[in-house]
Design a protein around this ligand. Sequence first.
Ligand code: SAM
Ligand code: SF4
Ligand code: F3S
Length: 469
Amino acid sequence: MTRNIPREELDLQLPFYEKVRQHYMNTKPESPPLACIRTFGCQQNVADSEHIKGMLAQMGFGFTEEVEEADFILFNTCAVREHACDRVFGNVGALKHIKRRRPEVLIAVCGCMVQQPHVAEKLKESYPFVGLVFGTHVIHRFPELMWQALNQRRQLSVTPAEDGVIAEGLPTHRDGTFKAWLPIMYGCNNFCTYCIVPYVRGRERSRDPEIILAEARELVAQGYKEITLLGQNVNSYGKGESHGVNFAELLRRINAIPGDFTIRFMTSHPKDASRELFDTIAACQKVSRHFHLPFQSGNDRVLKAMNRHYDRRQYLDLVSYARKVVPDISFTSDVIVGFPGETREEFEDTLSLVKEVGFTSLFTFIFSPRKGTPAAEMDDPVPMKTKTAWFQELSALQEEISAERLAQLVGTEQRALLETAEDGYIEARLASNSVVRVEADPALVGRYATIRIDDARSWIMHGTVLSVE
Ligand code: SAM
Ligand code: SF4
Ligand code: F3S
């Protein structure tokens, strides 16, 4: 069962907010201190960064995108693939000259990467100019850690293994004004053999439904138009808890909150996607008709070796059931190419599944061995050159499918959220997650519009705004 950290324990942080604020008032009285936060990885990290920014704001910080003008620089890191880790080391290395020129700057690294002992070790040995390293389970202690790091010369590194707790009530500084992330659970119990997440995020634990509902109500009252519920496997929300609210029930309760808003969620694991869930989506009008359902491989032997606990048939059955009860549902997915030992024939099963389902879009990754996971120890005879060729073949196939799917929308009218203004265009997002470009007043960003789709080119559509809500 999940344990929320008691209020009294969280309150121990309060004096440190003031101490850090005083530190900067004394050392930099002319203007408020600035923080530059760079977030890598998934929305879970984005949500964590919003809490860290909330705490910094309470310490008197403003924010900047420029490391050159920041007094505090934080990299919130991702460990899911080697490429993500390399990028972070490259970026952190580039900060050395800033620390040399401005020794008072505090550089910090947090997130999933530093939960791996070999990474924490490497930061200590080779990046001594990093003043603070803290893991995913101590974010609530950030004010105290920051204060300590400001007052010691050597690197402070705090990366304890998880203890199954949740810190509620942390301040939040949201990046968006109409789209919000709402974590409903943390961690993962699935141990897919290729994946590092369970090791760096700990065991699955669900937030209390009443706390989630209160936060959702507040977001709606603040005018947020889109709420995305977050978890590594949202379908197992509530498992092992005594409140008896499962994910479908949570969706129903959020859907019942009065107001004009859309509910999205990610990610779903096919092994726990129940028919009840699709029936719920059919019945809940505020739930977006889009489902991100990673399949990872279209071959049963590979799925078994990945420890995914479903097979190709079960996956396809889920998709057809969903399409029966929610005819306008669109699917996106994640897939791994070149899992250890995958043969050409097995890869072709992935190609055929992609054709059969017709995803709106696909996130395709080449297998990246993660230290400490079972797959990293498996025989992997297929050369990277071949994997890259397969990857390109799959991407080309998906591009064709995406183009076909978008072409089917030409001439239709679609409801979309006007999201970002750029170069005289606004990019609007349909329920299916596809993007359409329209010419419209940038002041309309954050509102829903009805758009006629005029044309479609492989990834992007162009349209005309017919009306704005
Ligand atoms: N919890 C989600 C699920 O099970 O679908 C996915 C979370 S993971 C952060 C996002 C995606 O990264 C996965 O769906 C998988 O396709 C990919 N991924 C994870 N580990 C990987 C690895 N070692 N190599 C390549 N891709 C990987
Ligand atoms: Fe990783 Fe699998 Fe958990 Fe997703 S379900 S986070 S892929 S272990
Ligand atoms: Fe990366 Fe951690 Fe998310 S490893 S994908 S940031 S949970």
